[in-house]
Ligand binder design. Sequence first.
Ligand code: FER
Length: 292
Amino acid sequence: MKKTLLTLAVLGCSVLAAQAQPGGMGGFQMPKIDVTFDPYVEAPAGFDQERAGIPHGTLETVEYKSTTVGTVRKATVYLPPKFDAAKKYPVLYLLHGIGGDEREWLQGVPNVILDNLIADGKAAEMIIVMPNGRAQENDRAEGNVYAGFQAFANFEFDLIDDLIPFIEGKFNVYGDKMHRAVAGLSMGGGQSLNFGLAHMDVFAYVGGFSSAPNTKMPEELIPDVEKTKAENTLLWMVCGNQDNLMYNSARLKAFCDGHGVPCTLIEYPGGKHDFVVWKYGLYNFAQLIFRP
Ligand code: FER
């Protein structure tokens, strides 16, 4: 019952958010969008289980000064196994959902997933930065989290102007777009699509997992088809087929298919709006980035 009410509340909010969104979503965009999904391939058993006998990465919390927000903000950082300060690494910025903060992604055990992928030679050694995407003074997920819609948009400037320069000053990382990726779940998926496609000089790889109604319209995300084709290296999405937010991903996928923009959208069978889908997203996305 509680869940039903929550679902109804979320649905209601998404309709409101859709209508309130700049650029407009033309009101109700909830109906199923006709789209051809990319093949779903099951992740191997144990991909998210801690494995003995392999080297493990580490997790730490960092703090940076945000000129955008005017506060000191936190981010969680994963350093890969056998991290070597003398080596240069690429960076994946991994963004959370509307009720989360810089620790939400830990529920999806990104450290375990990446430790396993790296041990199997299936992903490049990378640093993962998990910021707080609610760029406002009180960035805790308190009260009505849906009221923080604007703060999620404002994070674009905190990310580009404050966090990335901080990370690049603190760690020995590459500073070019081919070594930066952005992906996220739900609100963070919308942010990743919005920011990643608006800043193709910053991020070559963009991932949206169960992207939320903050996802801009395709025409806003891709105002210049030829530019996106030339400058984006990876546009990758996944969403559960039981997730009411599918239309945000399907709308973009349909646009891309209609305009010849390479784009992946996997429909996770039986997938809901939860970490089953998001772990699967990270498992797959991580294998596609930073590889020549
Ligand atoms: C909405 C439905 C879902 C919405 C945001 C979300 C602001 C985000 C969900 C999440 O991040 O998990 O209507 O509008």
